[in-house]
Design a protein around this ligand. Structure first.
Ligand SMILES: NC(=O)c1ccc[n+]([C@@H]2O[C@H](COP(=O)([O-])OP(=O)(O)OC[C@H]3O[C@@H](n4cnc5c(N)ncnc54)[C@H](OP(=O)(O)O)[C@@H]3O)[C@@H](O)[C@H]2O)c1
Length: 242
């Protein structure tokens, strides 16, 4: 665990990313985040915590902008102890009909962008150590219709994390993955009532998760309590994949 309490969280404007930003700030971290658009949360936090919080508009598809964002973090905060690759994009469509451009976009946002962001961030972490937590999905470990490309990207992210853990362990950087099941957010807002009931029925704990419950796992993996854990994936899904 690094002594540096500066975190980068991608996609921190809403959903899980917002919860992570709020909780890291409450635990005394300084937090840098980006999304495409600002909202009431990012504007209010930038106003109220100007010393501790940085938000910028960055699109996951813009690799130079991602790398420039990390340069800005370095100039503003000096160092980095935690990266959470949280931002992700879900598009559900049967594989036979999905447009080639959409395939490229899904792979770029969910896999290529976190890989670039991680490289820029770990270069900053190498002096003092730190940790990376990648946010995957149970789609990476179970087959579901209509999410093949998203599943491919998330499974890629999990493999990336395991390889990096081996490479970066010797320089004091831990890399882990949190693999959530369904939780309420804008990403899952179009799940129909019928599908929601099906998910609840198939989940041993009988309900969808919350972003708070996923954040608990991320914060655990980032904490000193997890100092001997690296290269692992932690599934938080109420048991739906068990
Ligand atoms: N919700 C679930 O049930 C569920 C289940 C398994 C895994 N996950 C994973 O959990 C993570 C968080 O999901 P969530 O449900 O909290 O998502 P969400 O509510 O849709 O929030 C996504 C965040 O990412 C940002 N974002 C999206 N596209 C972006 C882009 N092209 N460039 C920059 N930022 C972008 C969004 O801001 P802008 O739109 O303004 O850019 C927002 O801040 C994702 O990796 C997702 O795949 C979610």
């Amino acid at each position: 665990m690094s002594g540096t309490r500066v975190a980068v969280v991608s996609g921190g404007s809403r959903g899980l990313g917002r919860v992570l930003v709020e909780r890291l700030l409450a635990e005394g971290w300084r937090v840098a985040t980006f999304s495409r658009k600002p909202n009431g949360f990012t504007e209010a936090t930038a106003r109220e915590r100007p010393e501790d919080f940085l938000w910028e508009s960055v699109d996951l598809h813009d690799t130079p902008a991602l790398r420039q964002f990390v340069k800005t973090v370095k100039e503003r905060f000096g160092s980095l102890g935690l990266l959470v690759n949280n931002a992700g994009v879900l598009h559900q469509e049967l594989f036979a009909t999905i447009a080639p451009r959409r395939i490229d976009d899904l792979l770029a946002a969910n896999l290529t962008a976190p890989v670039h962001l991680t490289q820029a961030c770990v270069r900053l972490m190498m002096r003092d150590g730190g940790s990376v937590v990648n946010i995957s999905s149970i789609n990476a470990v179970r087959g579901y219709r209509g999410v093949g490309v998203y599943a491919a990207a998330k499974a890629g992210l999990e493999g990336f994390g395991r390889a990096l853990a081996r490479e970066l362990g010797p320089v004091g950087i831990r890399v882990n993955t949190v693999t959530p099941g369904f939780f309420d957010s804008e990403l899952t807002s179009d799940v129909t009532d019928r599908n929601r009931e099906k998910i609840q029925h198939r989940t041993p704990l009988g309900r969808l998760g919350t972003a708070e419950e996923i954040a608990d796992a991320v914060l655990f993996l980032a904490s000193p309590q997890a100092r001997f854990i690296t290269g692992q994936s932690l599934v938080i899904d109420g048991g739906i994949t068990c």
